[in-house]
Write a protein that binds this ligand. Structure first.
Ligand code: HEM
Length: 449
């Protein structure tokens, strides 16, 4: 069996560009190396494989899933392991415990049972935030949209998954999460020499652990029956000693915090950026809204009528996938399309390249929501559209994130427009190891009326 071509790129270039311009770097890798390549960075025994072809994604995540089940096997050696713990869906290396926890947590995302309630919380909290925009900002004001929306997403998560818990200053919490999750990775790699950053990270870690510990303790002190993720987990772990129970639930919750701060927040930011870049599409969504809900607040029942909005949101995920790398570990030697995959290789699926592969996508560089009109995956091959992954480790929060976006975006568009500052050039920016956000931090807010 032959090895794939060697990656044409130095290790330094790989480290710097993949951190600084993650999406642009993927395009460069595809242009120079094609569908598959590998690299053995100097001094490392591990081989890194980079896959850009939709059918290779299918082999890795579906057909040969047993060989690529592990996401991060040497987790204890990974940056941030002490922040996340190793007993959660992302990082556990124990298949049985993953299966068990996944089943418990998935129950809390059952749309038939929970989404009507969740939608009321989402609408209520979004309305509260929009009222502060209405009173706090004038048309034309520079506006810290990242901070405002991150706080909202955190607030929604807390009040749906761990309902009825008040955490105090959410803006502080979201600022800490936003600072901590990206720096976990950066501090452990190229900035690890700066002890100031390390100290900050340790303080942030303690802050987040305290915050989540407070959620759990509050529920333990008031053990009335709730129907949310926290009560499901407390019930499942009831046989464990208290300390262990808290540690395990904390580990799950921290990954949820990270999931939301990295993914939905990226999706909402890129959506607002793409709306501002495509005013005629924004107008079409607005007209759809006027026709269906008019001036009243949207509800869960309205969501199926937001048809063009749903195409638009899917196209944002195609062009700016919040998780731009899907990472796996090859447990055994394998073969993908005739190429040898060595045992213990690190596998990197370049999601942005898969979403633009020219054999599968027409005009891949054009932003065109209507490609989702006739195909749920935007074209005919499901594994060419994998913003939430595919196979047994696919995202558990997908439907919840769709629910949030189909309520928050209409509510913003009913009252406001957001515009980038004149002359700003927006590129992708790394958030956590795998997240992709627009480089812009402030937008200009305009009131509609
Ligand atoms: C725009 C929103 C989101 C995107 C694009 C997204 C994307 C992803 C992706 C690509 C994966 C990895 C799949 C793989 O490795 O094969 C994943 C896994 C996961 N996501 Fe999401 N996610 C989103 C929202 C959420 C939310 C709101 C939650 C809720 C807490 C969540 C929780 C998780 C968890 C726990 C996993 C690990 C599942 C497992 O390994 O069994 N995600 N997500």
């Amino acid at each position: 069996m032959k090895m794939p071509p060697k990656m044409k790129c130095s290790t330094l270039h790989l480290m710097l560009e993949s951190l600084n311009k993650p999406i642009e770097f993927q395009t460069e890798v595809f242009k120079k190396n094609g569908d598959i390549c590998y690299k053995q960075p100097l001094g490392l025994l591990t081989n890194m494989y980079f896959l850009s072809h939709p059918l290779y994604a299918k082999v890795m995540l579906e057909d040969s899933k047993k060989n690529y089940w592990y996401r991060h096997p040497p987790y204890e050696k990974m940056p941030g392991s002490d922040l996340f713990g190793d007993e959660n869906l992302f990082t556990t290396t124990d298949y049985k415990s993953w299966q068990h926890d996944r089943k418990v947590i998935t129950n809390s995302f059952d749309s038939g049972v929970h989404f009507l309630d969740y939608s009321k919380t989402i609408v209520h909290l979004t309305q509260k935030l929009l009222d502060t925009w209405e009173n706090g900002y004038k048309s034309g004001d520079f506006f810290p949209f990242r901070e405002e929306l991150d706080s909202l997403l955190l607030d929604i998560m807390i009040n749906t998954f761990y309902s009825k818990v008040t955490l105090g200053n959410l803006s502080d919490a979201s600022k800490t999460c936003r600072r901590t999750f990206p720096s976990v990775y950066k501090t452990a790699t190229h900035t690890s020499f700066f002890s100031l950053k390390k100290r900050q990270l340790e303080n942030d870690r303690a802050y987040i652990h305290n915050l989540i510990g407070k959620c759990i303790q509050e529920r333990l002190d008031h053990p009335e029956e709730y129907d949310d993720v926290l009560s499901h987990l407390l019930h499942e772990y009831s046989a464990l000693p208290k300390e262990e129970k808290i540690a395990r639930i904390k580990s799950h919750f921290i990954t949820f915090f990270a999931a939301v701060m990295v993914t939905t927040s990226s999706w909402i930011e890129w959506t607002l950026v793409e709306l501002s870049r495509n005013p005629e599409m924004e107008q079409k969504i607005y007209e759809e809204l006027e026709k269906t809900v008019g001036n009243r607040t949207p509800t869960y029942q309205d969501i199926p009528s937001f048809v063009y909005l749903s195409y638009f949101l899917k196209e944002v995920l195609r062009t700016h996938p919040p998780i731009h790398l899907t990472i796996r570990h090859a447990l055994n030697e394998d073969e993908i399309n005739g190429y040898r995959i060595k045992k213990d290789a690190q596998m990197y699926l370049l999601v942005s390249n898969i979403h633009r592969h020219p054999e599968f996508w027409k005009n891949p560089d054009t932003f065109d929501p209507l490609r989702f009109k006739d195909h749920p995956f935007g074209q005919e091959t499901p594994s060419a559209y994998v913003p939430f992954g595919t196979g047994e480790r696919t995202c558990i929060g997908r439907d919840f994130a769709f629910l949030e976006m189909h309520l928050i975006i209409p509510m913003i568009l009913q009252k406001f427009r957001l515009r980038p500052p004149p002359g700003s050039k927006i590129t992708s920016q790394l958030s956590l190891a795998l997240g992709n956000r627009p480089s812009i931090n402030h937008m200009i807010l305009e009131h509609l009326y």
